[in-house]
Design a binder for this molecule. Structure first.
Ligand SMILES: Nc1ncnc2c1ncn2[C@@H]1O[C@H](COP(=O)(O)OS(=O)(=O)O)[C@@H](OP(=O)(O)O)[C@H]1O
Length: 346
């Protein structure tokens, strides 16, 4: 009887041990396998590449063939190129429109991309500010395919004010050509505000937001984005630590509206392009109140920029405007000295 009891106990112990061994093993193997699944992925495709990796990407892998991914899905356009012995490839941009927000950056991009030797990324890529961690390979896939001799350009106006952008652009290519469309900081601030209020109707009036205590008697609120962004000399100082002045072209936002052909001539010369885009490409649309294009890359008919460009501005108290002008004057003068151009902002 005693022997029978002890046998039952031993059997129960064995079952218990086997069960606990099984549970431990299965649980640990799940943990281990999930870790081991995670580690190699992270090692092979670093989600957060450091600067060194990025330099490596930009210098050693500059070109990706459009035709290698899926030969069967080639568009007729690229088939045509291939039949002609040409291989369109995506390149990192050699020119960037880095700012300024509400300066007229979209107009400049749409105008310069008429040029047959220019190909542009359509939408803002935000690589050097928001998407830098995705790496240069990713950035290149956002670029249009180009043929030999064509220049790739991208515009993201927030690059101008992004602290890390100058160093990052220099790492990509120290000879990148940089275009900055600048506009009177007072009208730029109102334009910025007009855009913000179009998205968020319950905003306080411009006249309140401009001042620290919300009243004309107090000081200008330099922490408010629309005001801060207009201190161009501050941001330019950062870029000049990484690029010589000769690598930057300052386009007048005002002249881009009044006489786009003149600004486009300067831009084409700066980019080393033939002067193809001229006054014959533009007409003034009196309904829009802006120059528009007879035709462009995407349109064969005359067309203007979209309705988010050329918004009507809210009325702003002239006393507030004067306060803002006085505020910007020393910064503007500094900016004129730095660039060697007097933009004539009052
Ligand atoms: N041809 C033409 N058509 C329409 N708009 C023109 C044109 N040329 C320059 N502009 C001015 O561009 C201003 C918008 O600037 P951005 O394109 O840099 O804005 S954004 O930062 O990309 O949102 C936009 O500002 P608002 O007038 O305040 O809307 C325009 O004044």
């Amino acid at each position: 009887m005693e022997i029978l009891v002890s046998r039952k106990v031993i059997l129960a112990l064995i079952v218990l041990a086997a069960t606990s061994f099984y549970i431990t093993f299965v649980f640990n193997s799940c943990v281990v396998s999930s870790i081991s699944k995670a580690i190699p992925k992270w090692r092979v495709h670093p989600v957060v590449p450091n600067e060194v990796t990025l330099v490596h990407y930009s210098t050693s892998v500059r070109v990706v063939s459009l035709l290698e991914d899926n030969e069967t899905s080639i568009s007729p356009k690229y088939k045509f190129f291939r039949e002609q012995g040409l291989r369109p490839e995506r390149q990192l941009p050699s020119a960037l429109i880095i700012g300024v927000k509400k300066g007229g950056t979209r107009a400049l991009l749409e105008f310069i991309r008429i040029h047959p030797d220019v190909r542009a990324a359509g939408s803002e890529v935000h690589f050097f500010d928001k998407n830098y961690m995705k790496g240069f390979q990713w950035y290149r896939t956002r670029m249009p395919a180009t043929l030999d001799g064509q220049l790739t350009i991208e515009k993201t106006p927030s690059y101008f004010i992004t602290k890390e952008a100058p160093r990052r652009v220099q790492l990509m290519n120290p000879s990148t050509k940089l275009l900055v469309v600048v506009r009177d900081p007072v009208t730029r601030a109102i334009s910025d505000y007009a855009q913000a209020i179009s998205k968020k109707c319950d905003m306080k009036p411009f006249e309140q937001l401009v001042f620290v205590n919300g009243s004309i008697g107090s000081i200008i609120d330099t922490s408010w984005g629309p005001v801060k962004l207009g201190i161009y000399s501050r941001y330019l100082t950062r870029w000049l630590k990484f690029f010589p002045l000769s690598q930057l072209l300052f386009v007048s936002g005002e002249r881009l509206v009044l006489d786009p052909a003149i600004e486009l001539k300067r831009v084409q010369d700066f980019l080393g392009l033939k002067r193809v885009v001229t006054e014959k490409h533009f007409y003034f649309n009196s309904t829009k109140g802006f120059p528009c294009l007879f035709k462009s890359e995407g349109h064969s008919a005359p067309h203007c920029l979209g309705k988010t460009k050329g918004r009507s501005h809210p009325y702003v108290d002239p006393v507030v405007l004067q306060r803002l002008r006085n505020f910007y004057r020393p910064f503007n003068n500094h900016f004129y000295q730095m660039t060697g151009i007097n933009f004539g902002w009052a």
